[in-house]
Design a protein around this ligand. Structure first.
Ligand code: 5AD
Ligand code: SF4
Length: 434
């Protein structure tokens, strides 16, 4: 029996690719192991969206390189492998046997076999027509599962490296998506999350269903209790998707809608193709379609040219929308991105750091307010499993995607139960079966 260890950095796309790699290698007799120490194959699935994950790659290789001496193979996958594959292949010539980009995940079995006799580098983009989505129907007994509906991205947000690492957009045929969802439901999955870099533009460039039509089709499948999706672009948030929030109770009451900045000047420099006003309009439409909708977002501070006034606009947008949560980042210049040309107006690192702190502090307060507001209310909670520290406490999520801990037994796992919220904290809710 051969063992594979995979360390995954980055977004849900990478999580999904890692799961696919495990499933495919499983066909060659590999089982997943939780430690590199007993692995025959050690893979790291990398992210290059910001600087930090790139540093993490270096320390990871440093930690595992000695396993090669006992015959283990080591490989680098993911976004860094895609855009910096050749240089990684060279830099780690003594440490790494295999470097492959996301397009080559479907061929991972063959790539690994080739490492028996040679070092392997595969980071070309496949033709869009040749790109094959892997049918992945191993739910691993989980209550929720990801389903890829699209790969790549045709947007050109000036800060973002993803178009360079994941290539242009390809929509997966809807028949395949629906088949995969059906198979997952048969294995007991109750919640599906449709994933892609820009899901709302699904199908627009082909004669496939639109994203909204896909949502309705998934909702029609028996057994699909909850539908989520990520990530969506505010520009492509059309009235048909808003309408789906009226029509489809399966669509959960949470949306991650990255705004990046509250300043029109910055949005323009980022080439986001919407204004602050338009974003607020979308939010208001969504909230009338689905009262109680919880909203989260992504924010970048310190984008080149961002003044105190621009940052203030981000802060006032945070107040106006009252985001339930957010991920916020200091701008990090990425190789090959158009924003490098704007670097004549860099924001001092110290200034960006201060802005990040101010933003995150206020967001934490607002998240707590949002969670306190839930006290006394009853939510449908899809039970995911026992809490990490106590088997008599179950955890699960509300439709608003908040984590709830409540006293309960393991037989509730996979079911939806009514839970009354007794306490709201910054990161979680506590409740009791209602
Ligand atoms: N610098 C900082 N944050 C970035 N993001 C993407 N690229 C960069 C960058 N160069 C953030 C965006 C995006 C999230 C996934 O990561 O906010 O929505
Ligand atoms: Fe995901 Fe983007 Fe990071 Fe790639 S670069 S892993 S697509 S977040």
């Amino acid at each position: 029996m051969k063992k594979v260890y995979i360390k995954t950095f980055g977004c849900q796309m990478n999580d999904y690719d890692s799961a696919k790699i495990k499933a495919l290698l499983g066909e060659d007799g590999y089982v997943a192991t939780a430690s590199p120490d007993d692995a025959d194959l050690i893979l790291v699935n990398t992210c290059s969206v910001r600087e930090k994950p790139e540093h993490k790659l270096r320390s990871f290789i440093g930690e595992v390189r000695h396993h090669r001496e006992r015959g283990a193979r080591i490989g680098i996958a993911g976004c860094m492998a895609q855009h910096a594959g050749a240089s990684l292949f060279k830099r780690y010539r003594k440490d790494v046997d295999l470097v492959f980009g996301p397009d080559h995940v479907p061929n991972v079995r063959e790539l690994v076999q080739r490492t028996e006799t040679e070092r392997v580098l595969e980071n070309s983009f496949l033709d869009n027509a040749a790109f094959a989505f892997v049918q992945e129907t191993h739910s691993d007994g989980k209550v929720g599962a990801f389903v890829t509906i699209q790969k790549g991205c045709d947007n050109k947000c000036t800060f973002c490296i993803v178009p360079m690492t994941r290539g242009t957009e390809v929509s997966r045929p809807s028949a395949q998506i629906l088949d995969e969802v059906r198979a997952l439901v048969d294995q007991g999955v109750a919640e599906v999350t449709l994933i892609g870099q820009n899901v709302n533009s699904y199908g627009l460039k082909t004669d496939e269903k639109t994203f909204a039509e896909l949502l309705y089709a998934v909702a029609e499948l028996p057994g699909v209790e909850r539908i989520r999706y990520t990530t969506s672009h505010p520009r492509d948030m059309g009235p048909d998707v808003v309408q789906a929030y009226r029509d489809l109770p399966q669509l959960t009451s949470h949306l991650h809608l990255p705004v990046q900045s509250g300043s029109d000047r910055m949005l323009k420099r980022m080439k986001r193709f919407y204004t602050r006003e338009r974003y607020l309009e979308v939010v208001s439409d969504l909230r009338s379609a689905r009262p109680g909708l919880s909203l989260t977002t992504d924010i970048i501070v310190g984008f080149p040219g961002e003044t105190d006034a621009d940052f203030d606009e981000t802060m006032t947008l945070l107040e106006e929308v009252g985001f339930d949560g957010s991920f916020s980042f200091k701008y990090s210049p990425r190789p090959g991105t158009p924003a490098l040309r704007l670097s004549d107006e860099p924001v001092l690192d110290r200034v960006a750091g201060e802005r990040l702190k101010v933003f995150q502090k206020r967001q934490q307060e607002l998240t707590l307010v949002s969670n306190k507001r839930d006290e006394g209310r009853v939510f449908d909670v899809l039970v995911e499993g026992p809490s990490r520290w106590d088997d008599d406490v179950m955890c699960g999520r509300t439709g608003t995607f908040k984590m709830v801990n409540f006293p309960g037994t393991a037989d509730l796992i996979g079911t939806t139960v009514a839970v009354e919220i007794t306490r709201g904290f910054t990161n979680t809710l506590r409740g009791e079966l209602a």
